[in-house]
Design a protein around this ligand. Structure first.
Ligand code: NAP
Length: 485
């Protein structure tokens, strides 16, 4: 803007949202940083007006203008809309990374007090099971596609390394389940190993995600930055917020190339709404992250120092820390006033990091990012709904494939080979994955070969989807069933 001020879209949100946002806005304004707030609606009130996304056009237009959002939590009222307005906002603006820092807060006692927890979970924010591609395969079998792209992984992994540099952090751990999901979680791990080579100044290591959860409870101080896929990050970051005193202290930033959305990890906590008792710190710390994102490092430090002094002194702490009925709890407004009154003071037990501007990675928007030198199709998986037993459907499919370019290799049920029988004790459902491979091991199976096979299978069985079995640069682009040779 001509006067040098910065515009930010402000969404008060639902439940305790408006109180948290009002507290944060007052504190930020009191620094004199000069933010022009564009107050916009999203969430419950919008759903109730009949807008199924929960986000009206005026709000989207404002975000397109300001490219920066500070928001309270949003609720989805029962009976309105199918999708969460939060997820809509994150996806609409391709905020591909969700950055969730936690640190030990003075005056907030936890079982970990004194251990110096100070870590960030960087969660991929768009892909994975959250792509929301779900299908009922049969009336009794549901499927959710777990989509992980090399490009989506690279963006968030680069951001994690850039964050390490911006915040002077020493290590980035990559948490995946690549030992089980070798292709999806494995893509994330392999991308991490490639990107890490470009950041030799930052220690890079991999940890299996279940052990990561275990280590976070046992020895959280060993972690600096953890980068991970969407679902893993969702769970790990709730765990990490519990380590430092709960959701009242857990901020987050949704970062993309064009838009950034800052919000607490917590939700609308409806039982506390309108009571002036909740802890606004998580939204306030999201606001501090926003100020740094906007390059307002001084205002961010003023607020963070004042917040830490307020907690250190312990005279004003909210009910989630000291107990709502203890008689010691400060109201949200008293706590807010105390923080403003502490502007200009520095904490005695905590020092702030030397923050530098974060470089958000820009990755080519080419549609196809990975091109193999060679590729071919070596077979096809046909998914069939059938009440037949494995010993009945197997011979039937073998007979149907006679005379085609493909032959039945095996059938699995719930991931385990059940035909040819390997003596497993799989409890079968009416959903079979039937794997056909090329009779000629050097063939590149054509679409016509597949259509011919599917037509034959369909003459006797109900199929619901097919997957080609690709080979890229000589390596199989599919995994084997349990028990498959
Ligand atoms: P929640 O709103 O986060 O509340 C769970 C509990 O966390 C509260 O009951 C309270 O614990 C504590 N808490 C949360 N925020 C607090 C704060 N600022 N100060 C002190 N304590 C706080 O989770 P939920 O009850 O599962 O979800 C409620 C609604 O929020 C749902 O509609 C959900 O969809 C929505 N939601 C929205 C977002 C978002 O907008 N980003 C995120 C998550 C959930 P005690 O009961 O122990 O005091």
């Amino acid at each position: 803007m001509a006067d040098g001020s910065i515009r930010v879209t402000l969404i008060p949100g639902d439940g305790i949202g408006p109180e948290c946002i009002e507290s944060t806005r007052r504190i930020i304004d009191a620094t004199g940083v000069g933010i022009e707030w564009e107050v916009c609606e999203a969430g419950e009130s919008v759903f109730k007006k009949g807008i199924p996304s929960g986000v009206p056009k005026e709000t989207i237009d404002s975000i397109r203008r300001t490219r920066c959002v500070l928001k309270g939590p949003l609720g989805t009222p029962v009976g309105y809309g199918e999708k969460s307005a939060n997820v809509t906002l994150r996806k609409l603006f391709e905020t591909f990374a969700n950055v969730r820092p936690v640190r030990e807060m003075p005056g907030v006692p936890t079982p970990y007090t004194g251990r110096g927890i100070d870590l960030v979970v960087v969660r991929e924010n768009v892909e994975d099971l959250y792509a929301g591609i779900e299908h009922m395969q049969t009336p009794g079998v549901a499927q959710c596609l777990k989509l992980i792209s090399r490009k989506g992984s690279e963006k968030v992994i680069r951001l994690a390394f850039e964050l390490a540099r911006a915040e002077g952090r020493k290590s980035v751990a990559c948490a995946t389940k690549s030992n089980i999901m070798k292709l999806t979680e494995g893509t994330f791990k392999r991308t991490f190993e490639d990107v890490a080579k470009e950041y030799p100044d930052v220690e890079a290591w991999h940890i299996i995600v279940d052990n990561c959860a275990h280590q976070l409870v046992k020895k959280p101080e060993q972690f600096d930055i953890i980068v991970t896929t969407n679902m893993n990050g969702d769970i790990l970051s709730d765990l990490t917020s519990a380590l430092i005193g709960g959701l009242g202290f857990a901020p987050s930033a949704n970062l993309g190339n064009d838009v950034a959305i800052f919000e607490a990890v917590h939700g609308t906590a409806p039982k506390y709404a309108g009571k002036n008792v909740i802890n606004p710190t998580a939204v306030l710390m999201s606001g501090i992250m926003m100020l740094r994102y906007l390059g307002k490092f001084e205002a961010a430090a003023t607020i963070e120092n004042a917040l830490l002094v307020t907690l250190e002194e312990g005279k004003y702490r909210t009910g989630d820390v000291v107990g709502y009925n203890s008689g010691l709890a400060a109201s949200t407004t008293e706590y807010t006033d105390a923080i403003i009154a502490n502007f200009g003071r520095t904490p005695t037990t905590t020092t702030l990091r030397q923050y530098k501007p974060l470089q958000i990675p820009r990755i080519s928007s080419d549609l196809v990012a990975v091109r193999p030198a060679s590729r071919r199709v070596v077979g096809v998986d046909i998914f069939v709904e059938s009440a037949l037993l494995p010993g009945e459907i197997g011979p039937s499919l073998e007979a149907l494939a006679e005379g085609t370019a493909l032959k039945l290799k095996m059938i699995s049920n719930r991931g385990t080979q059940v035909y040819p029988d390997k003596g497993t004790m799989t409890d079968c459902v009416d959903h079979y994955r039937c794997r056909f491979i090329a009779r000629d091991p050097n063939a590149d199976i054509s679409d016509e070969d597949i259509y011919a096979l599917v037509q034959r299978v369909a003459s006797q069985h109900r199929w619901m989807h097919i997957e080609k079995l690709p080979e890229f640069d000589g390596a199989p682009g599919f995994t084997k069933a349990q028990g498959e040779d």
